[in-house]
Design a protein around this ligand. Structure first.
Ligand code: NAD
Length: 356
């Protein structure tokens, strides 16, 4: 396979590329604009592979997209490029509309131009895999309900509405033009190389700096957590063996209240990086937990029914929440340079016109 990964310098995209280079023989092109969320240092372990190349391109730039398709000649596209942070979408939705909706449209059109001219066998073997979120389904009322692939869409935030929109565009491009698409909707990811604005790394890094650990509202919002490398394996399974036109929900069977997640991180840090005994200081990181005003429109509960991908493609998560979270906390303790360069902004040095 020759896979064009969009958003490959992001959290999940970089995990997908590391997996493709380390565990398969796939040729990979990473197409990324390098917004604040893109970090090529997350790809340091694979950057020198002869099977890896990078294009700094905006998915809204049709001319540059055509050039990449002509040059790289992919057999599949895995589309992860997006604005992904819900709080930023509330503060300023514009970039979300532009990248997630208009950008997905430009990418679909560039893909269609390239795919239409392929010889018949390559055309039918081609795949466009759109990576989406469980947030498109809105929130769940009942405590036992789960999102399935047929749950109606009811997005709540500008982020989830823009992702829902892009899902609809992708499905329309199959129905109207016959483009061979696959869609996956995944729950909350966590793991190494996660940008510090997201809950898990934010809590780890604030705790290590003895700063308050902010929890929205009463912390009772429930999310279903999946270790990022389990997600990357699922995505590669879907693009390789998924059935065209199908949607697969991906989740970790790990429903946790936000407060439970924060407390679990504190307990791991108490064990792995204990606070120094000092009467002035807290004795457990839990003492840093601070409740803050809830996010507007905050969904109460998300939970994924991942039985279809398990049954049809044989995928199962390898990490439980406990093993994955321990690995994650340990990774942040062992890779201080990666996150210190993110916090200082040094990870952006040497980029071409990527300011955002
Ligand atoms: P991320 O914010 O870490 O990375 C996004 C990447 O896209 C960055 O490298 C950024 O530079 C790039 N990008 C942004 N705008 C671009 C543009 N216009 N052109 C080209 N590149 C651009 O996001 P993530 O957490 O890795 O999420 C990846 C995908 O997975 C997103 O589509 C997201 O909606 C979806 N998803 C994320 C989660 C999660 O928990 N993080 C869960 C389910 C689905």
């Amino acid at each position: 396979m020759r896979v064009l990964v969009t958003g490959g310098a992001g959290f999940i995209g970089s995990a997908v590329i590391r997996h493709l280079i380390d565990s398969t023989v796939t040729e990979v092109a990473n197409l990324d604009k390098l917004t604040y969320a893109g970090n090529l240092e997350s790809l340091a372990s694979v950057a020198t592979s002869s099977r890896y190349r990078f294009y700094q391109v905006d998915i809204c730039d049709s001319i540059a997209l055509d050039m990449v398709f002509r040059e790289f000649q992919p057999t599949a596209v895995m589309h992860l490029a997006a604005e992904s942070h819900v709080d930023r979408s509330i503060d300023g939705p514009s970039d979300f509309i532009q990248t997630n909706i208009v950008g997905t449209y430009s990418l679909l059109e560039a893909t269609r131009r390239y795919w239409s001219d392929l010889p018949a066998t390559e055309k039918s073997a081609f795949r466009f895999h759109h990576i989406s979120t469980d947030e498109v389904y809105g929130d769940l009322e009942g405590t036992d309900d789960l999102f399935t692939e047929t749950t109606p869409y009811a997005p709540s935030s500008p982020y989830s509405a823009s992702k829902a929109s892009s899902d609809h565009l992708v499905r329309a491009w199959q129905r109207t033009y016959g483009l061979p698409v696959l869609v996956t909707n995944c729950s909350n990811n966590y793991g190494p190389y996660h940008f510090p604005e997201k809950l898990v790394p934010h809590v780890i890094l604030n705790a290590l700096a003895s700063k308050p650990l902010p929890v929205y509202g009463d912390g009772s919002q429930i999310r279903d957590w999946l270790y990022v490398e389990d997600h990357a394996r699922a995505l590669v399974e879907v693009v390789t063996n998924g059935i065209v036109g199908e949607t697969y929900n991906i989740g970790g069977h790990n429903e946790k209240r936000n407060l439970e997640v924060v407390e679990a991180i504190c307990e791991l840090l108490d064990e792995l990086a204990p606070l120094e005994a000092d009467r002035e200081q807290a004795s457990s990181y839990k003492e840093l937990i601070t409740f803050v005003k809830d996010r507007p429109g905050h969904d109460r509960r998300y939970a994924i029914d991942a039985s279809k991908i398990e049954r049809e493609l044989g995928w199962l998560p390898q990490e439980t929440f406990e093993t994955g979270l321990r690995k994650t906390v340990q990774w942040y303790l062992d890779n201080r340079q990666w996150w210190q360069r993110v916090l200082s902004g040094d990870y952006r040095l040497g980029r071409l016109g990527s300011d955002h």
